[in-house]
Design a protein around this ligand. Structure first.
Ligand code: AMP
Length: 464
């Protein structure tokens, strides 16, 4: 579990001192922020439910399910569970915005399992997610919640064999977790499979804001057209930017609308930024990384905005002797899975990732999230840093902000209504590592020109 991060600066020799010399750019930036951003409000984001002792049984779940949860260390529902489980059991559609790591998966999985007990025939629930990793993770959670029963949850994901997947679907597992693209392919190429979905009673959209993005539009439409219209629809997300339009599109009925006002990340995540010159980002990153690693924060995700940067950083750090792995969409599914497992099991301390890993992936004890690139949007920021400080752990997030990212960064601060602390670094130390980093980066760039860039270009061409 991550150590309370605030003690770090107090217990280490790392420089947080006000005396650290600042570049002119840095000073201007800090002043600029001071002018624009008001003092932040202090908000209560409460992971846990109200103080009175609400139990899962009290919310309407069966004793066996409650016992399974106790065995998993889930003694008391979180706020989103407390609110949503009774509403789902009462047959209502859900539109819920709750912060990442707040227990959203169980909030929809548990009432589905509860209802399944009384009608365990055919495909009962379809759960759509924007990424394969998230679908696998939700499947795992369904399966552990159902432990000791015959309920079956299976995945239908891109990158796997269509034929054996179609066979799996035809066995009519009770719950199917799918990515929209692959499920749509099945519907298009094998119309008969639609029959397996005739009894679907629940459709879940996890990370609904992403799934309601125009890029998934045609796939979601096809899926909706193949599912019974009499069903419950549950929309969950950490950020809910398209809620009103979504409700209309999805035909929600008798909606239970939950907005925990938590579009901002968990309160126990210490959020900082580091103002860095664009051409020295790599050196700053290496410095910040080695700082955290030195202080035993050995589970760190570094996000970048592009596949190429992600791979470049991963290879460069490996070249420099920092064990890391990478997760991006140019990797095959097996490689993606292996990367995540290596990181999850702490065989490597650093995961370099694109936003493929930013949504919903639950690794309980990620100590630090570093945004090598300032995220392109506020939801992306929230999702990325939601990988740390999960389930009441503490965590750290540091965002690198260059002279070109200031506006984007200020928008993030404004929307999450929080002014971030400055992560002070000793620039002399950064400079001392500069030559080494730059030379490693150059070497790796050359390597990538041989074996990676053509692959990436091919992928871009095929998408056009
Ligand atoms: P989620 O927001 O669904 O990704 O869940 C985040 C983490 O919180 C997961 O590791 C869950 O196992 C854990 N979790 C969910 N509900 C509870 C609960 N009621 N008590 C303790 N941990 C929970």
């Amino acid at each position: 579990m991550a150590q309370p991060s605030r003690s770090l600066s107090q217990t280490t020799g790392f420089v947080f001192s006000q005396e650290t010399p600042r570049s002119t750019l840095q000073v201007e930036f800090i002043e600029f922020r001071r002018l624009i951003i008001d003092l932040p409000h202090i908000r209560h984001l409460g992971m846990t439910s109200s103080d009175e002792l609400t139990t899962f049984g009290g919310l309407g779940l069966s004793p066996w399910l409650e016992q399974n949860l106790l065995n998993l260390g889930m003694e008391k529902p979180t706020r989103v569970q407390e609110e949503c489980i009774p509403a789902i059991l009462a047959g209502r559609d859900i539109l819920a915005a709750a912060q990442t790591g707040s227990g959203k998966t169980a909030a929809f999985a548990l009432p589905i399992i509860q209802r399944l007990q009384t009608n365990p025939y055919g495909v009962f629930a379809v759960c759509l997610t924007p990424s394969r990793e998230l679908a696998l993770q939700i499947t795992e959670q369904f399966n552990v919640f159902c432990l000791g029963t015959s309920l079956k949850c299976r995945t239908v994901l891109g990158g796997e064999d269509m034929k054996s997947q179609a066979q799996t679907i035809s066995t009519r597992p009770h719950i199917i977790c799918a990515t929209p693209g692959r499920l749509t392919e099945h519907f298009i190429f094998n119309d008969a499979l639609t029959n397996c979905f005739k009894k679907v009673s629940f459709l879940v959209l996890d990370e609904a804001d992403r799934l309601l993005d125009p890029c998934f539009d045609s796939e979601i439409r096809i899926i909706l057209s193949r599912l019974p219209s009499r069903r419950q629809t549950l929309l969950f997300s950490a950020t809910m930017t398209q809620s009103i339009a979504a409700m209309k599109e999805m035909g929600l009925r008798n909606v239970f609308h939950l907005d925990l006002k938590n579009s901002e990340p968990a309160e126990n995540c210490r959020q900082r930024y580091c103002f860095v010159p664009r051409n020295m980002k790599e050196a700053y990153l290496a410095h910040i990384l080695s700082y955290f690693l030195k202080h035993n924060l050995a589970s760190i995700i570094v996000f970048s905005n592009s596949i190429k940067t992600c791979e470049l950083l991963h290879r460069t750090h490996n070249y420099l002797g920092i064990r890391s792995t990478a997760l991006h969409s140019l990797k095959r599914q097996k490689e993606r899975h292996d990367s995540l497992e290596k990181f999850r099991s702490r065989r490597v301390p650093v995961l370099f990732a694109t936003d493929v890993a930013s949504r919903g992936i639950d690794i309980t004890s990620v100590d630090v999230v570093i945004n090598f690139d300032t995220p392109g949007s506020v939801p992306d920021y929230i999702h990325r840093i939601g990988r740390t400080a999960r389930a009441e752990c503490t965590g750290e997030a540091v965002t690198l902000v260059t002279q070109y990212d200031v506006e984007r960064f200020l928008t993030i601060e404004k929307v999450i209504d929080r002014r971030m602390e400055h992560f002070e670094v000793n620039e002399k130390d950064v400079m001392s590592g500069l030559t080494r980093i730059m030379s490693a980066t150059r070497t790796v760039r050359l390597q990538m020109a041989q074996d990676f860039d053509t692959k990436l270009a091919g992928r871009k061409r095929s998408r056009r």
